[in-house]
Write a protein that binds this ligand. Structure first.
Ligand code: NDP
Length: 483
């Protein structure tokens, strides 16, 4: 596959290059090879993208929702038809195994385009009768929406932000992570092939500073970021200065509680999905696994057996189930956390080492006997490192599960239905799971509380974050004035 894009940016319906921008080498994480080179957006490119978006938006908003939706649904069909090629590109961009990308990336992006394409024609205001007078509301777009993406799900993030924004009548300027710049360009191509008018979905490359320029620009009405909490704090503050709308999808250190009556096999499956999918580079991962003392050793034994079945290697081989970290930098961060875990006294159950070779591979790693104050218990690692804690009492484990600045996700495994719902109600988290982990269907709201975020993606809830309501008061009779 030719992984070199036609040009770095996609603006106003066409590829655009400006080699004056800093060079960004795209590295295939499985081999360390440079597979493409793009250039960061210069101020001229940023201007071109924002002007294109501003210019195109009004006519798009003036179309009916059904017309807008038809284009999104057509894009979903094209995306599904090209799933193989898009999945291969996603694997090159991120290193995630094809076994995952072929079912979780372009497919998830297509779901978002189809779902919001379907909703576009159903967006309405309301009628509020006030005696003979009335108020009606209009659901209006925000204008120009900026999306800034993390590197773990480049296609999905580009669609999760683009689809609801476009459905509501906005224009989009998307900046992918500099680590994974390739996939969003394909999303732009497909949208335009499906009939999206030029200027409505633009992709520009660059590091954080390009993102920062977009966030502070007066032409921008909304910023949606997927990234870490420290970046979120900066972007939220910068957006606040311009009184812009925001969606913040940030990091987590989510708890998963396994009670003594849980089905151990399912709990182990949940813990695997919640720690090792995408080599642990998933924001909602349940990385603090609290296992009841009575079943802890059985849980750890079964987990170790199952982890021995992970197929680590060439991500393009459909048999491979565990790929490399996205970059040397991320691998080094994870290795440092593993050393800290050992130094602070956690028990290494399995894994813990880099796998020698050209790629950025690391073993799936499990620590047990982790205590709440340890660094690996408190900080987001964003790699395949699971921390297992003991507990005996429900009230105690709830307090410990919630004792974190994060609040993205949380899970519980138990056969006791009343306990499952009680625990879910008490979790301080935006996305909770009972006897499962890390499902993210487009129909359900996704997002965090506390430091993990503001707003929700997916579902009807996302419409609230990409549109605003105007009230129009209509008087039927005379207007009374005091003088
Ligand atoms: P970062 O926070 O480092 O970066 C996110 C994006 O923001 C990148 O495109 C980055 O550019 C850009 N950026 C950095 N600084 C600024 C700035 N000052 N102004 C505007 N944009 C800026 O996150 P990572 O890419 O390392 O992704 C990992 C993080 O993302 C984890 O914390 C993870 O939990 C979180 N995440 C959250 C998800 C959610 O839905 N809640 C889903 C996926 C990931 P660049 O990196 O190119 O310099």
């Amino acid at each position: 596959m030719n992984t070199q894009p036609e040009a770095s940016h996609f603006i106003n319906g066409a590829y655009v290059e400006d080699t004056a921008g800093a060079k960004i080498d795209v590295v295939y994480p499985a081999t360390g090879e440079v597979i493409a080179t793009v250039h960061a957006a210069t101020p001229a490119i940023v201007d071109m993208a924002l002007d294109a978006a501003r210019t195109a938006q009004a006519a798009w908003a003036a179309m009916t929702g059904t017309e807008r939706g038809r284009i999104l649904r057509r894009a979903a069909d094209i995306m599904r038809a090209r799933n193989h090629d898009l999945s291969v590109l996603e694997t090159y961009d991120t290193g995630k195994p094809y076994q995952e990308t072929s079912v979780a990336d372009a497919t998830s992006g297509a779901d978002a385009l189809e779902y919001f394409g379907g909703l576009a024609g159903a967006l309405t205001g309301e009628h509020i009768q006030l005696g003979e007078d009335w108020v009606y509301t209009r659901r209006e777009p925000l204008g120009v929406c900026v999306g800034i993406g993390a590197w773990n799900y480049p296609t999905q993030i580009a669609c999760w932000k683009g689809a609801p924004a476009l459905a509501c009548g906005n224009a989009v300027v998307f900046k992918p992570s500099e680590t994974t710049p390739l996939c969003a360009l394909k999303v732009a191509e497909i949208l335009h092939e499906a009939g999206l008018p030029a200027g409505l979905y633009n992709v520009i490359q660059g590091m954080g500073e390009v993102g920062a320029k977009l966030v502070t620009d007066a032409r921008v009405d909304k910023v949606s970021l997927t990234g870490s909490v420290p970046t979120g704090r900066k972007v939220y503050a910068a957006a606040a200065a311009g009184m812009k709308h925001v969606t913040m999808e940030l990091g987590g250190k989510s708890p998963m509680i396994v009670f003594e009556d849980a089905d151990i096999e399912n709990a182990v499956s949940g813990a695997i999905l919640g720690n090792f999918y995408s080599s642990g580079q998933v924001c909602s991962n349940g990385t603090r696994v609290f296992v009841h003392k009575d079943i802890k050793e059985a849980f750890l034994e079964r987990l170790s057996e199952r982890l021995a079945g992970a197929v680590i290697g060439d991500p393009m081989d459909p048999a491979t189930s565990f790929g490399p970290m996205v970059s040397r930098n991320q691998l080094d961060i994870v290795l440092k956390y593993i050393e800290t875990g050992k130094a602070e006294g956690a028990r290494l159950v399995t894994g813990g080492a880099e796998i020698e070779g050209d790629g950025y591979f690391i073993q799936p790693t499990v620590f047990a006997d982790v205590t709440d104050g340890m660094t690996i218990a408190r900080e987001e690692i964003f790699g395949p490192v699971m921390a297992v804690f003991d507990f005996e009492d429900e009230a105690d484990v709830m307090a410990r599960a919630n004792d974190t600045e994060f609040g993205l996700a949380a899970g519980v495994f138990t056969r006791d239905l009343a306990r499952a719902h009680r625990v879910a109600a008490r979790f301080e988290a935006g996305t909770c799971y009972i006897n499962t982990y890390n499902d993210a269907p487009v129909e359900a709201p996704f997002g965090g509380v506390k430091a993990s975020g503001v707003g929700r993606e997916n579902s009807k809830a996302a419409i609230e974050h990409y549109s605003q309501v105007k009230s129009v008061y209509v008087r039927m009779g005379d207007v009374e004035a005091p003088f």
